[in-house]
Design a protein around this ligand. Structure first.
Ligand SMILES: Nc1ncnc2c1ncn2[C@@H]1O[C@H](COP(=O)(O)OP(=O)(O)OP(=O)(O)O)[C@@H](O)[C@H]1O
Ligand SMILES: [Mg+2]
Length: 267
């Protein structure tokens, strides 16, 4: 007992919160989509967000970097707090630069090569000199297994390769946190594995990741925390083990049964 208390105290002291969202609310017209969402993420955490379609997962991710401006609430990333009530453009840009996003549909520029897709943000936003930006782009393409594709255009790459360019682009920005919004759900099933394995590799480097995904195996393998959202709120959060084998909330169990047919056997 004494030992467990001292361990708790120890972990409390060592907590290194890199991202904190408090009371995030967002409405579109009369529809309140986020009803007060809180999230605390430690440096190096891999947080998986799950939940039914329409739960507000994408909206929440977009509120974290103010791509969607919350109506209420605060986001702190790496010591910078932005409050929805009085967020200046400058603060929002500074907050956004601490993050990078990987999108479901890759969102690559169609008329740019892999290297150019990555250098764009480095040169335009971070003012990195062109030759250095090209080197950074190539290094990151190497890391995601695309050394052969420096000069390829999106149309000449598979979905899995395009998404790996998307991940290389995010990494190249050297963000504090990478936000992934269903990064594998637009892919043909045979291409999902290559993207998940790159994501696992990225996770192991210690970068903080928040990932909206229904890939349960990925969550079980590398998530440090699983957050279940429904109807604009977090209904449950815990370790993968707690959520997948011992969910407290009936709504979590029902949702897991839908996405993992064998779930009923797991519990
Ligand atoms: N720009 C918008 N204008 C109006 N309504 C929106 C807008 N963006 C999202 N919504 C609504 O907010 C709700 C939550 O959407 P959101 O995309 O955040 O859900 P989600 O959990 O990501 O769902 P999915 O799993 O289908 O991606 C939905 O009812 C959606 O129609
Ligand atoms: Mg979504």
């Amino acid at each position: 007992m004494a030992e467990s208390i001292s361990n708790e105290e120890k972990s409390g002291r060592e907590k290194n919160i890199i991202l904190k969202a408090s009371g995030i609310k967002k409405s579109f017209g009369k529809n309140e989509i986020l009803k007060g969402v809180d999230l605390e993420v430690e440096k190096g955490d891999i947080v998986v967000i799950l939940g039914p379609s329409g739960a507000g997962k994408t909206t929440f991710l977009r509120c974290l970097n103010f791509l969607e401006k919350p109506n209420k609430g605060q986001v702190t990333i790496d010591g910078l707090t932005v409050d929805a009530a009085h967020a200046s453009k400058k603060e929002i840009l500074a907050l956004r630069r601490k993050t990078a996003m990987v999108f479901q549909q890759y969102n690559l520029f169609k008329n740019k090569t892999s290297v150019e897709n990555i250098t764009e943000g480095l040169i335009q936003v971070q003012k990195v000199p062109k030759q250095e930006a090209i080197k950074i782009a190539k290094d990151h393409l190497d890391k995601v297994g695309l050394s052969e594709k420096y000069d390829s255009y999106p149309a000449n790459m598979s979905g899995g390769q395009q998404q790996r360019v998307g991940i290389a682009r995010a990494l190249a920005l050297r963000p504090e946190v990478i936000l992934f919004d269903e990064p594998t759900s637009a892919l043909d099933p045979e291409l999902v594995g290559e993207v998940l394995s790159v994501m696992k590799k990225v996770g192991k480097t210690g970068i903080t990741m928040i990932v909206v995904t229904h890939e349960i195996q990925f969550a079980m393998d590398i998530a440090t925390k699983v957050v279940v959202m429904d109807n604009g709120v977090v209904i449950e959060a815990g370790t993968p083990k707690q959520i997948f084998s011992n969910a407290k909330e009936e709504r979590t169990r029902q949702f897991l049964k839908k996405i993992v047919p064998e779930y009923s056997y797991v519990i």
